[in-house]
Every structure is written in C-alpha cells, then in structure tokens.
Ligand binder design. Structure first.
Ligand code: ASP
Length: 309
C-alpha cells in the first residue's frame, strides 16, 4: 500500500492513511482525507478558504477516478458547496456521466443533498477587494459587463508553492485510485476549468499500471494530457520515474500560453512513486505514507527547470 498527497494534503493525509491501513477501500480513504482539506480554512487553494475568480466568486473543481473500473466523476466551476470531491464521487456513483459543470453540477449537488455553504472567507474577500480597488475606474463603474480579457492576464497564484490537493493510493485490494480538489488559480476568468476536473490532464488512475495527478499551472497539464500520458508510459514499460521524466520532456514542446510551475505526482501498482516539481522551488514537498509507516511524512520533491535539456 502507498498513499501520496501533495503539500496541501497535510490536514487530511493522516486520516486517509489510517483508513487505508485499516483495510478501507482506496476511494473511501481518499475522499475522507480530501473532505478534511476542503473544509480547512488554512489551506488557501482548496475549498473553503480558497482564492476567488476575477469577479470575486468561488468556483471549485474536483474529480475522482476508480482505477479498477476506469469510472470517473468530476465537477467544474461549481459554486456554493463545501465538498466538491463528494459531489464528484456521486457523479461517478449515480450518473451515466463523468463530468458536470456550473449550474448543472449545482443542481445535481442540491438533488443529492450535498452540504451547501459559502466558501469565500473574510480574508479572501479582503484580498480580492484590495485588488479590485486597483482596477481602472472606467471598468469598475460598469463592472457587471466589464471586459475581463486583459484583467485575466493578471490571473495569479497568490501562494507560489501551494496549490490544489491531490491524493493517490494503492489500497489493500491492489486498487490504484485518485482524487483531486481545488479552488483553481486565483483571479481566473469566470468559468475557467483547471486540469483537476479534466480526467487525463490533472489526474488519471488505472489499477493495471498506476496513477498520476498534477498541481500548478493546469493549462500545461491540459495541453499535454499529462496524467493520462504518465500512466500510458508506465503501460509501455517505463518505471514510474522514467514515465514522469518523459511527461516533462513533452512539456518542453509547449510554446506560449501559461507556462509556469507544475508538480507531477505519480505512483505505480507496485507501490513505487515519483514526485517532480517542474519549475519548482526547494519548498515544494509532498506527503508520503507506505504500508507499515506509523504516520505520513513530508518529503522534498525533485526540482526540474523546464528550460533544462
Ligand atoms: N492545477 C490547478 C489549476 O490549474 C491549480 C493549482 O494546482 O495551483 O486550477
């Protein structure tokens, strides 16, 4: 068994590890851990406490994948719910679909009785208001219809080394599973989906080979199909380490667009793992729990600059 979460998994990783070591199914263990992260206001990039989009709204993304069946469930740009990961799980369990976005996802959330709540905390509101004060007055005067294209280029990641939360595991039944939840990039264009709800970009799991999940600039993972690609490289016989390096090679072909930092987390179905922070900093770390460990521990990610050949 193995459990790998990114840095933001801190509040929930211990609970997931406990459940896994008690023989709980992987998806239950991952969902339970992510729910703790989503509700923790000190985690500023996931769920409650995350950063809003350009117009000050909290739009959240999440996904789950069952590596035994290759069923997935995802929600994108969903507003007003405390646990997007659980709604994503129910998309998988209860619908013949894999991805719901916006008002449709919210309707589904209400239909299944998912917990509703305001995810925009006072501090995020304060930081957004301070930013809004700096928006040119002619735009602020007619804010409802203001053109956002130029402002969107200021889309930022207010916390350079923090991001989405990603959880990957190999469970006691040899199932490889993944789950992801995020508030996405702060100040994003309304309706922008990151890589997290895009299966194959921000996350992919296949119990025959392994799983992968990304954090950071989701646009890069979408363009390269990074998570699916890493799993495919493992299928083709590469080690988990080689598969991640190969996916980084693919990223070197990206020209233009949002090129920034991205961290690739991967495990294989024998319990090996690799985490590389592309364009990362020494503070990039992840959480690791392996069968027999009393508790998860933090490990530094390998850093690879994208410009290196
Ligand atoms: N990957 C996420 C996104 O692009 C954000 C992050 O992990 O920082 O929405």
């Amino acid at each position: 068994m193995i459990l790998v979460t990114n840095n933001e998994g801190r509040p929930g990783v211990g609970h997931s590890a406990q459940l896994l070591s008690g023989g709980e199914s992987g998806l239950n263990a991952l969902e339970a851990g992510i729910r703790i992260v989503e509700i923790d206001e000190s985690i500023r990039t996931v769920g409650r406490g995350g950063w809003p989009n350009l117009i000050g709204e909290m739009q959240l993304d999440a996904s789950v994948m069952d590596g035994n069946t290759l069923r997935t469930g995802a929600v994108g740009a969903i507003q007003g719910f405390l646990h997007p990961v659980s709604i994503a799980r129910q998309v998988m369990e209860r619908l013949p679909h894999e991805l719901l976005v916006g008002p449709g996802a919210e309707r589904f959330g209400r239909e299944i009785g998912a917990e509703q709540g305001d995810n925009l905390i006072e501090d995020s509101k304060r930081v957004w208001n301070e930013w809004f004060e700096g928006v040119p007055e002619e735009l602020r005067k007619n804010w409802k219809d203001a053109p956002l294209i130029d402002l969107c280029r200021q889309a930022i990641d207010p916390e350079a080394v923090r991001d989405t939360t990603t959880f990957l595991c190999l469970d006691s039944q040899n199932g490889v599973h993944g789950a992801v939840s995020t508030a996405g990039w702060g100040w994003k264009y309304p309706g922008r989906l990151g890589d997290s709800p895009v299966i194959g970009a921000g996350m992919y799991a296949d119990s025959r080979y392994g799983a992968c999940a990304c954090t950071g600039a989701g646009e890069m993972a979408i363009r390269c199909g990074t998570s699916r690609t890493v799993v495919t490289y493992m299928k083709m016989g590469m080690s988990v380490e080689k598969a991640v390096y190969e996916a980084i090679e693919d990223m070197r072909a990206l020209k233009g667009g949002l090129l920034n930092r991205i961290t690739i987390h991967a495990i294989d179905n024998r319990g090996q793992h690799k985490v590389v922070a592309v364009n990362g900093t020494p503070s990039n770390h992840y959480w690791l729990w392996e069968e027999g460990d009393a508790e998860p521990h933090a490990v530094s990610a390998e850093i690879v600059p994208l410009s290196d050949h």
